[in-house]
Write a protein of this length. Structure first.
Length: 432
C-alpha cells in the first residue's frame, strides 16, 4: 500500500470536535482528487489537482510526492500544466519555509516553453518568504519583461514594494492586480494585509471579504477575514470553514479560540487553543491565548505555565505578560502582579489594556493608591478609552470623590471601547 494513501485515516483520526469534523470534510476532498488520479494515472492535470488539494489541506509531504510524480508524466513536459505543476511544488516548499527547495522548483520552470516569466516570479516569491525585497524586485523586473501582465509577478511586486517601504506604490500595484483578476485570492489577500498595516481597517476588511468570496475553501483567506471580524457567529462560521479546508491550520484554531473565549464558550476555546498548539509551526502568541482562556476558566497555575511557555519564546511578549499578571492577581499575588502589569504595558505601549486591568486588580485587592496610578496613566495616555475612565470612576467613587467619579463615568460613556453602560448609569444615579 502506498504510504501516502494513509492520509485519509490519518485525517479521520486527528481529533474530535471541530477538528474531527473538518478532517472528515477535507478527507472527502482528498479522496475525490485521488479517485480522479486512480481513474487515469497518466493524467497530469489530475495529478496537479491532487497535489494542489493536498497542499491546501496542509498535507505537504504527500503533495510533494504527487506533484513530483505528475511532473514525470508525458503531459507534463510542456505547456500550462507543466508550468503549474512546478509552481505548485514551489508553493508547497514555500509554505513550509524550505527556501532552497523552493528555489530549485522555481528554477525548474525556466526550461519549459513559456515558463521563464513564471520562473522569475516564483523566485521573487521565494525571496519574499524571507522578506528579501532587494532580491525579489530584480526577479519581478525580469518576470514582467517577459510577461508584462503576469498576475503572480504583480502580486509579489506589491509585497516587495511594501517591504521596501513604498506603501503607496504597493497599494496601487495590488489594486491593479485585483482589478485585473478579481476572482483570484492572492491579490486581495496581499492588499488586505497592506491596508491593515496602514491602519485602513474598513478597507482591509473589504479586501478580505473579496478574497473569501473568491474562494471560500481557502483556509488562509478565511482566517484573514476572521482576524478582522468581531467575535460573533459569523466569525465562528468563517473560522470553521478555514478548519474544514485545512484541519491542521494553527492560525485558524488560535483565532477561533479567541473568538470563542470572547463569547464565553470557554471549554471549546481551550480545546481550540490546544489544537493550535498541536499544529506546528507554533506561534508564541498561541501559548498566550491558551493562558488567557485558562485565566477565565479559573485555572490559574496552568495559565501561568502557558504564559511562561510564551515568554520563553518571546520574552517581551506583552500579551503573555498580561496573561501572567491576570493569573497572579487572581491568585492574590498582587505585588508580583503589579510588576507584571507594568512590564506588560512597557512591552506594548500602544494598548491601554494592561493599565486598565492593573488598576482593576489593585482596586479589587484594596490597593487604591496603586490602582489610581494605573488609572491616571491610562486616561492620560489614552484619553478617549472608555474602560480607562470607567475604572477611574470606580476608584474615585470608592474614595468618596463624587464629582471626580461623576466626570470619569460620563467620559467612560462617551468614550471608545466596551464599558458596562448599565452599571455606570446606575453608579451615576447613586452619585446625584
Amino acid at each position: 500500500m502506498n504510504r501516502h494513501l494513509r492520509i485519509i485515516p490519518i485525517f479521520l483520526g486527528l481529533a474530535c470536535g471541530s477538528w474531527g469534523q473538518a478532517a472528515w470534510a477535507q478527507a472527502h476532498r482528498v479522496a475525490e482528487a485521488r479517485a480522479a488520479v486512480a481513474a487515469d494515472k497518466k493524467d497530469a492535470a489530475a495529478s496537479l489537482a491532487l497535489g494542489r488539494t493536498l497542499r491546501r489541506a496542509g498535507v505537504f509531504q504527500a503533495a510533494v510526492h504527487e506533484l513530483r510524480r505528475g511532473m514525470l508524466l508525458g503531459g507534463a513536459r510542456s505547456g500550462p500544466t507543466a508550468i503549474a505543476l512546478r509552481y505548485e511544488l514551489a508553493r508547497v516548499h514555500m509554505e513550509q519555509g524550505q527556501f532552497r527547495e523552493a528555489v530549485r522548483a522555481c528554477e525548474a520552470l525556466a526550461p519549459i516553453s513559456g515558463g521563464r516569466g513564471m520562473a522569475h516570479a516564483c523566485l521573487a516569491e521565494a525571496h519574499m518568504t524571507r522578506k528579501r525585497a532587494s532580491d525579489a524586485l530584480p526577479e519581478v523586473e525580469e518576470a514582467l519583461k517577459l510577461s508584462p501582465n503576469l498576475y503572480e509577478a504583480k502580486v509579489v511586486e506589491g509585497y516587495a514594494k511594501w517591504q521596501a517601504g513604498k506603501e503607496q506604490e504597493a497599494e496601487s500595484i495590488l489594486r491593479a492586480a485585483t482589478q485585473a483578476q478579481p476572482d483570484r485570492v492572492e491579490g486581495w489577500l496581499a492588499l488586505g494585509r497592506l491596508l491593515r498595516t496602514l491602519g485602513k481597517g474598513d478597507e482591509a476588511l473589504q479586501a478580505f471579504e473579496k478574497a473569501y468570496a473568491a474562494d471560500g475553501d481557502d483556509a488562509v483567506a478565511a482566517h484573514a477575514l476572521a482576524s478582522l471580524l468581531p467575535a460573533n457567529a459569523r466569525a465562528i462560521g468563517v473560522l470553521e470553514a478555514a478548519i474544514r479546508a485545512r484541519p491542521t491550520y494553527g492560525p485558524a484554531h488560535a483565532r477561533l479560540a479567541e473568538v470563542l473565549s470572547e463569547v464565553g464558550r470557554l471549554e471549546q476555546a481551550e480545546q481550540e487553543a490546544r489544537l493550535a498548539l498541536g499544529a506546528p509551526p507554533v506561534d508564541a502568541e498561541w501559548h498566550a491565548i491558551l493562558a488567557e482562556v485558562l485565566v477565565k476558566r479559573g485555572q490559574f497555575d496552568p495559565a501561568l505555565a502557558a504564559a511562561a511557555d510564551a515568554l520563553r519564546k518571546v520574552p517581551n511578549s506583552a500579551r503573555a505578560k498580561l496573561a501572567q499578571a491576570d493569573a497572579l492577581a487572581a491568585k492574590g499575588d498582587i505585588d508580583v502582579a503589579i510588576e507584571a502589569y507594568q512590564e506588560a504595558f512597557s512591552n506594548g505601549r500602544n494598548s491601554p489594556t494592561a493599565l486598565v486591568r492593573g488598576a482593576r486588580a489593585c482596586l479589587e485587592q484594596s490597593r487604591e493608591t496603586t490602582a489610581r496610578g494605573f488609572a491616571e496613566r491610562a486616561v492620560q495616555a489614552f484619553p478617549k478609552w472608555g474602560p480607562a475612565w470607567e475604572v477611574a470612576g470606580d476608584i474615585a467613587a470608592k474614595a468618596g470623590e463624587r464629582d471626580r467619579a461623576r466626570q470619569a463615568y460620563q467620559k467612560a460613556l462617551a468614550g471608545q471601547g466596551t464599558v458596562d453602560r448599565a452599571r455606570i448609569q446606575k453608579a451615576l444615579r447613586s452619585l446625584q
